[in-house]
Design a protein. Structure first.
Length: 147
């Protein structure tokens, strides 16, 4: 990937992420996405301009960094598609489990993760914070098999 291509892709991801997350969690910058994409332990699944998901693989554990779907295109299967693709990528790279945190008030995401076989394992009180607003996080886990 050329530097110009990497910068354009990072900017595109940051712009979509900002549309999806104005406050909680705070949106990632284009620089953050550029660092993710440069790092071989990070994996991206993308439906260009519609949605994407990024995970980090540490040893045999994949962790969802973020997932974002254009607010105007939600409930059309894009989130499921990019997350399925991402799960396959990290499983093929050696992950045997996948974990994530989701805001306890994000019922749409909770429904998606449950549908994809994730199980809630614990709650983190006041995990997400924005000004005077706090939201608990629910930690989900799914065991993986190589595909």
């Amino acid at each position: 990937m050329t530097i110009g291509t990497l910068q354009k892709q990072s900017l595109r991801l940051a712009n979509l992420h900002k549309q999806c997350f104005r406050h909680l969690p705070p949106p990632y910058s284009a620089n953050s996405f550029q660092e993710f994409l440069r790092n071989e332990t990070y994996f991206l699944a993308e439906e260009k301009y519609k949605g994407f998901a990024i995970a980090r693989l540490v040893s045999e554990v994949a962790e969802l960094i973020t997932i974002a779907v254009d607010p105007n295109l939600r409930r059309k299967g894009i989130g499921k598609k990019v997350l399925d693709e991402l799960i396959n990528k990290v499983a093929n790279a050696g992950a045997n489990q996948f974990i994530l945190e989701v805001a306890s008030n994000n019922q749409a995401a909770i429904n998606l993760y449950t549908k994809l076989g994730f199980t809630a394992v614990c709650k983190r009180k006041n995990y997400f914070r924005y000004k005077n607003f706090n939201v608990d996080a629910i930690v989900f886990k799914r065991l993986l098999e190589m595909v």
